[in-house]
Design a protein around this ligand. Structure first.
Ligand code: BGC
Length: 241
C-alpha cells in the first residue's frame, strides 16, 4: 500500500509491485486543515482501512525524512517537524510503516519501472508542482532528501522561481516559464553534473510546450509514471525496506 500526502490531498491505493501500477482505484481525501500529524494520521488510517488492507504501508510526504523522523514541512503543518512520523503511524495502523520524501518516492518508481530504469551514472529526477522536488540516483541507488527545489537561486528559493505553481500564479507563457526552468536546470547542472534529467509532475505531459526553451546540455526526458508515481514508489519503499 502506498500513500502520497500532499498539501491539498492525501491519496493512496494498494499497488501491484510486479508491474508498478495501482492494483485498485486510488482513494483521495482532502488534506485536513490544519494538516497536523494527528489529523493526517487519521486520514491515512481511513484510507488504509477503506481497502480492508493489512500489511506494509509506505507514506510519501513533502519533507526531509530521516529514519522516520520529519525534519522539514513544505505545504504541511509545521507541527510535523521533529515528529517521529513512522512511530505515530505504526501506533495508529498497527502495521509496519516506511516514510520517505515524496520526490524520492516518485524517483524510486521511475528507477524501478519508468524512465530511470537501468540508467547508469547520475540521474536527477525533478518534479514540478506546488514546489520542486528532487531525487538523485547514482547507478540506480537513491541519494535521499536532496531538496534541490530549495537551492538558493535568483535571491530566493528556486521553487519560487520555476515551479509549476509559479507558472500559474504569475501567468507565465510556456516560453517564459520554460526559460526559467532552463536557467534552473543549468544551475543544477553546475551543482551535480547529471547524466540525465527526468522531469516529473503534471507538466511532464506537456514537455513539448516548453522543451525548446530549456537550452540545457544534459539530456532531458519526461517521467513515465505520471500522477501515481508517489503512491507506487511509497509502496515499493515499504516492501523493500
Ligand atoms: C519540499 C520537498 C518536496 C517538494 C515536492 C518541496 O517544497 O521541500 O520535500 O519533495 O516540495 O513536493
Amino acid at each position: 500500500m502506498g500513500i502520497d500526502i500532499g498539501g491539498s490531498g492525501i491519496k493512496g491505493a494498494p499497488v501491484d509491485l510486479a508491474i508498478g501500477e495501482l492494483a485498485q482505484r486510488r482513494h483521495r481525501i482532502d488534506t485536513p486543515v490544519p494538516s497536523t500529524p494527528e489529523a493526517v494520521v487519521g486520514v491515512v488510517a481511513e484510507i488504509v482501512s477503506s481497502f480492508g488492507y493489512e500489511g506494509p504501508v509506505g507514506c510519501a510526504l513533502p519533507s526531509v525524512v530521516k529514519h522516520g523522523v520529519i525534519f522539514t514541512a513544505a505545504n504541511i503543518d509545521d507541527a510535523w517537524i521533529g515528529v517521529d512520523g513512522r512511530q505515530e503511524l505504526e501506533r495508529r495502523l498497527r502495521m509496519p510503516v516506511v516514510l520517505l520524501n515524496d520526490a524520492d518516492a516518485a524517483g524510486i518508481a521511475e528507477a524501478t519501472y519508468g524512465a530511470a530504469k537501468d540508467m547508469p551514472g547520475l540521474v536527477c529526477v525533478l518534479t514540478f508542482g506546488t514546489g520542486i522536488g528532487s531525487a538523485v540516483f547514482v547507478d540506480g541507488v537513491l541519494v535521499p532528501n536532496t531538496e534541490f527545489g530549495h537551492l538558493e537561486f535568483k535571491g530566493g528559493d528556486a521553487e519560487d522561481y520555476a515551479s509549476a505553481r509559479t507558472r500559474k500564479d504569475e501567468a507565465l507563457s510556456w516560453a517564459d516559464w520554460g526559460a526559467r526552468v532552463g536557467e534552473y536546470l543549468r544551475h543544477v547542472e553546475r551543482v551535480i553534473s547529471p547524466d540525465l534529467f527526468i522531469l516529473g509532475g503534471g507538466v511532464s505531459r506537456r514537455l513539448e510546450k516548453f522543451e525548446q526553451f530549456l537550452e540545457c546540455s544534459t539530456p532531458i526526458v519526461p517521467a513515465e509514471l505520471r500522477n501515481d508515481a508517489g503512491i507506487v514508489g511509497a509502496a515499493l519503499a515499504a516492501t523493500s525496506h
